[in-house]
Design a protein. Structure first.
Length: 350
């Protein structure tokens, strides 16, 4: 057996392998690869092991992110909450990890970052450094929607009712003209949070390769003729992913995000999805953790793994001077400069 790299955009085996693998997600697919490559120009390094028939038997998709600001690293995968190596046994993962370690020692990158790990395969023997900082929230949609609603926390039910009583409406969109509405809210939300916005070009590419291919949609909450909140959802196999959200803080008392989530769950039940991926939270985001748990989401530990050591801007704690300085600068920037900074700098974060 030999480890080699393939191009997910041209290798016809890739998407079939991802679709059939139990841990294959939207982030493993070639459409996500195309979105990342066209948006940020990263070099893909999709490592595979072939069987004797020439079929893929194990894979680890990575991108080489080169940055003078945040260091050169191999990431699995940029801008995904989680993306596990796709392996079925310890022998295959050892071959993949050892090949990547060799390339790091040869100087192709300074470190490796893996966003999660498959259950059932012992990670301890690979000299990876574990960082427990993220939690993943998954809602199992196994029961009927009526049973699901009965189990919701009373505060969630109240929020849905308040949104309906306050004349909030939600519509699903596959129209690119609504992307601009979402992006305006995205910039406002990121500025409020003090973090850089994704460039608009990224969302345009995502729309073309994912939403326009029926692998996602935009959900917009409206009131008094205005878009007051929005979420970009991705869909793949049996899962609907709550990926990018934004809202106008002036209208949060109308509970638009409650209604968006509820309508998307109704859509998931109507279209036979089994899981609602509510995304990740950090350990520090206590309020958001409670909110997602009240929707019945399972809280799953999502450690990231590094080699040879934990590095990168994404591990900078929110309490640090470096993080707080970036947060302050983001708040005081004019909007035009803020968006430009996102376009110039976001690719360094990965």
């Amino acid at each position: 057996m030999k480890v080699k790299t393939v191009d997910p955009l041209s290798d016809k085996r890739w998407d079939e392998y991802i679709y059939n693998h139990p841990y294959g997600t939207i982030f493993h697919t070639s459409v996500w690869a195309r979105t990342i490559i066209e948006s940020y120009g990263y070099l893909s390094r999709y490592y595979i092991i072939e069987d004797e028939a020439g079929q893929i038997r194990a894979a680890m998709p990575l991108y080489l992110v080169k940055s003078r600001l945040t260091g050169n690293r191999l990431v699995c995968l940029p801008f995904s909450d989680h993306c596990f190596p796709l392996v079925d046994n310890g022998i295959d993962i050892a071959l993949l990890i050892n090949s990547i370690k060799k390339e790091i020692k040869e100087g192709i990158a300074s470190y490796l970052e893996l966003k999660g790990w498959q259950n059932g395969i012992n990670v301890d023997r690979f000299d990876l450094v574990k960082r427990d900082y993220n939690l993943l929230y998954i809602i199992n949609l196994g029961s009927s929607i009526d049973e699901f609603k009965k189990k919701l926390h009373h505060s969630v039910k109240r929020g849905i009712h308040q949104a309906e009583q306050r004349n909030v409406t939600v519509r699903m969109s596959y129209d690119e003209t609504d992307l601009n509405q979402f992006y305006k809210l995205h910039v406002k939300t990121r500025k409020k949070l003090g973090v850089l916005p994704q460039p608009y070009h990224f969302f345009k590419v995502l729309f073309r390769h994912i939403i326009a291919q029926n692998l996602g949609f935009i959900s917009l909450a409206e009131s008094e003729g205005k878009v007051i909140a929005g979420v970009i959802f991705l869909t793949y196999k049996d899962t609907i992913y709550y990926k990018f959200n934004a809202s106008d803080e002036r209208y949060l008392q109308k509970r638009p995000n409650h209604l968006i989530t509820w309508k998307s769950i109704q859509y998931a039940y109507a279209n036979n999805y089994q899981y609602f991926d509510y995304g990740r939270c950090t350990l520090e985001e206590e309020g958001l953790r409670v909110y997602k748990s009240r929707w019945g989401a399972m809280e799953i530990n999502l450690p990231y793994y590094y080699y040879p050591e934990v590095k990168g801007f994404t591990i900078v704690p929110e309490s640090s001077l470096r993080y707080r300085t970036m947060n302050f600068i983001s708040h005081v920037m004019p909007d035009s400069v803020f968006k430009m900074a996102g376009s110039l700098l976001y690719k360094h974060l990965a």
